[in-house]
Ligand binder design. Structure first.
Ligand SMILES: [Zn+2]
Length: 322
C-alpha cells in the first residue's frame, strides 16, 4: 500500500489498483499491470484521473512510452471517460474495447449527451471533465478470439453482457485472474469483515439484463481464476462462492423490481430503492458488518440509487417486450 495514496492497493503479479477518486475515495479504480518493463491499464476513471495515472507510471519508474495497452471493460464514463485524454500522453498505447464501444470512443458526442441527460450539466462537469475522442487507428476491437501479449504475458477477452452490452472481461493468463469491470459486481473494502469481501451486483441503466448477467458471471467463474479484479474495488476471492452469491442477489433484485411494478410510475424508483436498502442491510448484517448505520447508508447510496434507476429501465423494457 502506498503512503502517498493510502487507497491504492498493490497485489502480486505486478498489479496495482489505483484510486481514480471518482465520487469518493476507494469507489473506483484503474488497474495498472506491469510485466517485463511494459505496462497496461485496465479502465481509466475519468479525464480528471489522468494526471494521477501518469504520476503512477513515474512512481513505478517508467515513462509513458512503456504503456502498450489501455484495456477498457466497457465505455461507462467512470471506466472509460479518461481513455482519450490518457492516450494523448501515451505514444505507443492502443485502446482495447468491445466492438460496440469503438464508434462511441472515436466520436463521443452521443455518450456525452446521454450522460449529461442522466446527471445534468453541473454534475457532469464536476464528475467527468472533458471527453476526448480517440483516433480510430488507436482503437482495437475485442473479437472473442483476440489474443494480446504484454511482454509475453497473454491476455484474452470474454464478451460479458448483463451490466452493459459493450462489456468485456479481460482474462490475464499470467496472473490467472480476470478483470471483470462491473460484471462480477461491486465490493468496497470498507465492507470487509475479517478479510471476507461483501459483493453485490450493479444494475446501472440502461442495459441491465438478469439472464445475461447470470450467464456472464457463470462463464467467468467457469474459467476458475484464482481471483477477480473489480473496478469497484480491487482483488476479490473466493471466485466460485462469490459467483453463487451474485446469482442469488440478481434473482432477488428481479423479485424486488417485479414486486414494485404495480407502484405508481412516479413512486416506483423510490419503492425499489427502499427495498434494495432493506435487502442489502440484511445481507450486510448476515455478513457481520460492524460499521455504523450512517456509514453503511453513505457507502451504499450511490449504487442503490443507480441500481433502482436501472431496474426501472429494465421493468419498462420488459413491459414493452412481446
Ligand atoms: Zn462502474
Amino acid at each position: 500500500m502506498s503512503a502517498v495514496h493510502p487507497t491504492d492497493l498493490a497485489y502480486a503479479g505486478g498489479i496495482t489498483a489505483l484510486d481514480v477518486h471518482y465520487v469518493r475515495p476507494a469507489l473506483a479504480s484503474s488497474h495498472l499491470i506491469f510485466e517485463g518493463g511494459r505496462a497496461a491499464f485496465v479502465d481509466t476513471g475519468t479525464s480528471l484521473a489522468v494526471p494521477r495515472l501518469l504520476a503512477a507510471l513515474t512512481e513505478h519508474g517508467v515513462g509513458p512510452d512503456a504503456v502498450d495497452y489501455v484495456f477498457l471493460t466497457h465505455i461507462h464514463l467512470d471506466h472509460a471517460g479518461g481513455a482519450g485524454e490518457l492516450v494523448r500522453h501515451l505514444p505507443r498505447a492502443r485502446v482495447v474495447v468491445h466492438p460496440r464501444g469503438v464508434e462511441h470512443l472515436a466520436e463521443p458526442s452521443r455518450l456525452i449527451k446521454a450522460t449529461r441527460a442522466v446527471y445534468g450539466d453541473a454534475v457532469f462537469e464536476r464528475l467527468y471533465g472533458d471527453i476526448v475522442p480517440i483516433a480510430r487507428e488507436r482503437l482495437l476491437a475485442t473479437a472473442e478470439d483476440l489474443r494480446l501479449e504484454l511482454a509475453g504475458r497473454p491476455f484474452s477477452f470474454l464478451h460479458t453482457p448483463g451490466h452493459a452490452l459493450h462489456h468485456v472481461a479481460i482474462v490475464d493468463h499470467g496472473a490467472k485472474a480476470v478483470f471483470t469491470g462491473d460484471t462480477f459486481g461491486i465490493s468496497y473494502r470498507e465492507f470487509d469483515v475479517d478479510g471476507r469481501p461483501f459483493v453485490f451486483p450493479t444494475t446501472t441503466p440502461s442495459q441491465f439484463d438478469p439472464d445475461q448477467l447470470k450467464d456472464s458471471i457463470a462463464r467467468i467463474a467457469a474459467l476458475r481464476p484464482a481471483a477477480v479484479f473489480l473496478t469497484h474495488y480491487g482483488r476479490i476471492t473466493p471466485v466460485a462462492a462469490t459467483a453463487v452469491t451474485l446469482a442469488r442477489h440478481v434473482d432477488r433484485l428481479v423479485d424486488i423490481a417485479i414486486g414494485s411494478a404495480d407502484e405508481p410510475a412516479d413512486r416506483r424508483e423510490q419503492a425499489i430503492a427502499a427495498r434494495l436498502y432493506e435487502f442489502l442491510d440484511a445481507e450486510l448484517e448476515a455478513h457481520g458488518y460492524r460499521g455504523s448505520a450512517a456509514d453503511r447508508r453513505r457507502l451504499l447510496r450511490p449504487d442503490v440509487e443507480l441500481n433502482a434507476q436501472g431496474l426501472v429501465v429494465w421493468l419498462e423494457r420488459r413491459a414493452r417486450a412481446p
